[in-house]
Write a protein that binds this ligand. Structure first.
Ligand SMILES: [Zn+2]
Length: 91
């Protein structure tokens, strides 16, 4: 008898964890400027803060980092399974 394995493609989807939120942090890219934006989930306020910085200084470029907790969901159930696993808590 030889070992066998059954491998099949299983559909998955990825998205932001429903108990997570997207945050953004930013820093000004103009040489010598130390302006930074601490990570915030208020994306509109982050945009406004950067635009305010540009208005005051003329510095137009920023490095922005967006972060979330991603959740991959298996879209098909295993045989005998009646529901998908509960959501894990984000960190
Ligand atoms: Zn700046």
């Amino acid at each position: 008898m030889s070992p066998r394995s059954v491998i099949r493609a299983v559909k998955h989807a990825i998205g932001t964890h429903p108990q997570s939120e997207i945050t953004v942090s930013a820093s000004c890219l103009t040489g010598g400027c130390s302006w930074t934006l601490t990570a915030t989930a208020d994306l509109e306020a982050a945009d406004l803060a950067a635009m305010t910085h540009t208005g005051r200084t003329g510095h137009p470029t920023f490095a922005r980092t967006f972060q979330d907790v991603a959740l991959v969901r298996r879209l098909e159930l295993n045989a005998g399974q009646t529901e998908t696993s509960p959501l894990p808590a984000p960190r």
